[in-house]
Design a protein around this ligand. Structure first.
Ligand SMILES: Cc1cc2nc3c(=O)[nH]c(=O)nc-3n(C[C@H](O)[C@H](O)[C@H](O)COP(=O)(O)O)c2cc1C
Length: 254
């Protein structure tokens, strides 16, 4: 088992770098680890079959790792440029592309990943406004194109003037590293997801029936098809909202 850290920050020994090292420390208890400081590389995109030794070197490291830990701060409301440039340049290699330009997961499929980001904004501000969402979304988009499976997100807020990680954050990083280093042949969250789906549907059916009972006070719903039609409509709106929340909006923010 090999865990690779990938840092995309201006300061290798800053808060982002320290959290990356905490995760690698946890992983190192059972796995081998290595890390790349992207700022040390002059990363350029591939062009017309021209040699690109820098991307070749990074690609070899990525192929050799079972788990990738991407760490990059929020700069100007988005993912740091150092990390973004790497993702943009590596885009042509993260997947195969079919005749209509769709990404088809290839050599990196089923590897696992952890993402780390941080911001000056406080926990409550980030919770309300989602300062770190764009950074996570950009990394997720790239990694899911390659068919990688997400393990965890880590967020550090209130980083202004921060020199060291709080003990709780250090412990969180090491715990995530230990968990990430456990051998996973495949995404073993499948059973958990089916259980979550069951409870999601049970709660939504209950809420839908409650809403329908309320509507029934205003509009008679004694006709079977009227009852059925309203049920489907309300259930659909709830399902769409909850799926949107869990797949698009919800990121760790504190
Ligand atoms: C150039 C630059 C731009 C930043 N932009 C933002 C920002 O828009 N919002 C924010 O909350 N923090 C911002 N930060 C703070 C970083 O996200 C990060 O939390 C901080 O630099 C600490 O990480 P480091 O020690 O790894 O550099 C910025 C920092 C830098 C250096």
């Amino acid at each position: 088992m090999h865990v690779l850290g990938i840092l995309g920050s201006h300061q290798p020994d800053g808060v982002t770098g320290k959290m990356l090292q905490a995760v690698l420390k946890g992983a190192n208890e059972t796995a081998t680890t290595d890390w790349i400081n992207l700022a040390d590389y002059e990363i350029k995109p591939d062009h017309d079959n021209q040699p690109n030794p820098v991307l070749d070197k990074l690609e070899a490291k990525l192929l050799a790792a079972d788990v990738w830990v991407l760490a990059a701060p929020v700069y100007l409301g988005s993912l740091s440029g150092v990390m973004k440039n790497f993702l943009d340049c590596f885009r042509s290699r993260i997947a195969r592309y079919n005749a209509v330009g769709e990404a088809v997961p290839d050599r990196f499929k089923n590897k696992h990943y952890v993402t780390i980001t941080d911001c000056y904004a406080g926990g409550i501000e980030n919770y309300v406004t989602g300062v770190t969402d764009a950074a996570f979304k950009t990394m997720d988009k790239f990694l899911t194109m390659g068919g990688l499976i997400k393990l965890r997100e880590i967020v550090i807020t209130h980083t202004w003037g921060m020199q060291t990680l709080a003990p709780a954050k250090q412990a969180e990083g090491e715990r995530v590293g230990r968990q990430a280093a456990r051998k996973k042949e495949r995404d073993d969250n499948t059973v958990k997801r089916y259980i979550e789906l069951f409870f999601m549907i049970a709660v939504m059916a209950l809420v839908t029936m409650g809403i329908e009972a309320g509507i029934g006070q205003l509009v008679p719903l004694h006709n079977f098809w009227a009852y059925y039609g309203v049920f489907v409509l309300v259930f659909y709106v709830l399902l769409a909202s909850i799926l949107h929340f869990f797949t698009v909006v919800k990121h760790r923010r504190r």
